[in-house]
Design a protein around this ligand. Structure first.
Ligand code: AMP
Ligand code: MG
Length: 486
């Protein structure tokens, strides 16, 4: 028998070395009875892990953070954050650990990070733990986002710990292993600024420029260029969320990355019946993070980042504010341009400034909202209409006369059905499908989760036999509610 060489990539400590003020050396808690529930073999491969190793008892202990390769120095990261508008100077990883950075197959540095690995000095009142259901949910939704082409943290594995966790009742515990280009957030800058240590703030900015926005280093004002780059990355990210119908649900400044990746899949959901005011999170009574408010929430968070960066922008406070304000001003233009280009692609029209395209988009959204049309399947049905069969799209509207009028105008602009199919997903992690898969997992059956992951891995390609994955939730499902701090 040939033995497979077991490769374990090195876990670097660059973050902890360069920014010790933001790192507390810490260890993961032992798990009484670990069981690997999901492993992302493709991602494991990208990182240089042998999937066979990660499935072994030793590998599972690595995924729990309890047996690490030599040289690894796990840390809990410190950060601050505005949560629903109010500032907490010290949040940090209460139940998470950065195991270290791995240079992937393309030489990019990726954080390997755990969620649910036990209490840390940042735990405040929390138990430091996570539960199987929500960790599987983060795995499924983040991998779906990746397949949709939306920048996001990735999920490497979910390991059940065998520990019981007290929530509303007793639930099985789990650890999620997640991968990101880094876990630095708006809240990391808020924390550094709040220490009053300008040297730390500058070191953090330099670290981030080098890891995420290297072009800023060559700019005349590198820290302003860094802010410009984050504004641009977030404008583009939130436009992608809006285009694909994603509601993050908890856009606090500690949940907004500097890299422009989506992070922290807590109370997130995908919209179905189109309604800009929709909120899924059980605690978001005021609709601060509703679907339609996401661009405003992102801009608000970026203003907090700008404030944190002020001393680096110019020694003269007035000038610094002026520079930050001008840079932040680009958010709206960039967001609108990204969204407009994306929505034209979704309806198959060329990306030009044709006034009729904008009018068509505005009128379409009024119709979608009026009849609360299923957002995702509408655009696929619209491509069918471009191919000559308008019945499926027409059938989605109560006011067919208004839709027919719109359709005539739209068809006159010769939409490109093939390009529509490349940008409009057939399969998204619909809320009822995710719940169904998690329900089965709760009874020990992971097959529905694996199957859902397989469907969501190729979201733009309609495949026979998968109709039920493309259909909206049955009428008796919902209203759907999601939860934080799971
Ligand atoms: P989130 O909204 O999930 O990003 O979490 C906000 C903050 O609460 C972060 O600092 C988390 O580390 C912390 N946190 C959430 N759940 C727990 C928990 N069960 N134990 C300790 N800290 C937690
Ligand atoms: Mg968070």
């Amino acid at each position: 028998m040939t033995t497979v060489p077991l490769t374990i990539p090195a876990l670097g400590d660059r973050f902890a070395r360069e920014l010790p003020e933001l790192a507390v050396a810490w260890r993961a808690e032992e798990a009484p009875d670990p069981r690997l529930l999901l492993l992302n073999e493709a991602l494991a491969g990208e990182l240089g892990f042998d999937p066979l190793f990660l499935r072994s008892p030793e590998g599972v202990r690595l995924l729990l953070g309890t047996a690490l390769p030599d040289g690894a120095a796990p840390v809990a990261q410190a950060y601050a954050g505005h949560q629903f508008g109010s500032y907490s100077p010290r949040l940090g990883d209460g139940r998470a650990l950065l195991l270290g950075e791995i240079a992937d197959a393309e030489g990019r540095l990726r954080d390997l990070h755990l969620k649910g690995s036990g209490r840390t000095p940042f735990a405040r009142g929390g138990d430091g733990l996570a539960v199987v259901g929500p960790m599987l949910r983060e795995y499924v939704v983040s991998e779906a986002m990746h397949a949709l082409g939306v920048p996001t943290t990735r999920s490497l594995a979910v390991v059940a710990t065998g520990r019981t966790v007290r929530r509303e009742g007793l639930l099985p515990g789990a650890v999620l292993a997640r991968v990101a280009s880094s876990h630095l957030r708006v809240g990391s800058f808020q924390y550094a600024r709040n220490t009053g240590d300008l040297g730390l703030l500058r070191r953090l900015a330099d670290h981030v420029i080098d890891r995420h926005h290297p072009a800023a280093a060559d700019a005349q004002r590198p820290y302003l260029a860094l802010f410009d780059a984050v504004v641009a990355a977030q404008a583009s990210l939130v436009a992608e969320w809006m285009l694909v119908g994603f509601v993050h649900g908890v856009m606090n400044t500690d949940n907004m990355t500097i890299s422009g990746e989506t992070i922290d899949y807590g109370p997130c959901a995908f919209i179905e019946a189109f309604d800009p005011a929709i909120v899924y999170s059980s605690i978001d009574d005021a609709g601060r993070y509703s679907y339609g408010n996401q661009p405003i929430a992102a801009e608000w968070n970026l203003a907090r980042l700008g404030e944190a960066l002020l001393p680096l922008l110019d020694e003269r406070p007035e000038q610094a504010i002026e520079l930050a304000t001008a840079s932040l001003g680009a958010f709206r233009t960039r967001y609108s341009a990204a969204w407009a280009a994306g929505i034209r692609a979704k309806i198959g029209l060329p990306d030009d400034d044709h006034a009729e395209s904008s009018a068509l988009v505005d009128d379409l959204f009024a119709l979608l909202q009026k009849d609360r049309v299923d957002y995702t399947s509408f655009f696929r049905h619209l491509a069918t209409a471009a191919r000559g069969d308008a019945a499926p799209a027409r059938g989605m509207f109560g006011d067919r006369t208004a839709f027919d009028e719109w359709l005539t105008r739209w068809l006159a602009r010769a939409p490109d059905a093939a390009s529509m199919d490349r940008t409009n997903p057939v399969y998204i992690p619909r809320n009822h499908l995710v719940e169904e898969a998690l329900g089965a997992a709760g009874h020990g059956d992971l097959a529905p989760c694996e199957e859902l992951l397989d469907v969501l891995a190729r979201p733009y390609q309609a495949r026979p036999g998968l109709d039920r994955y493309a259909a909206p939730a049955p009428a008796d499902f919902g209203p759907y509610q999601t939860f934080c701090g799971t």
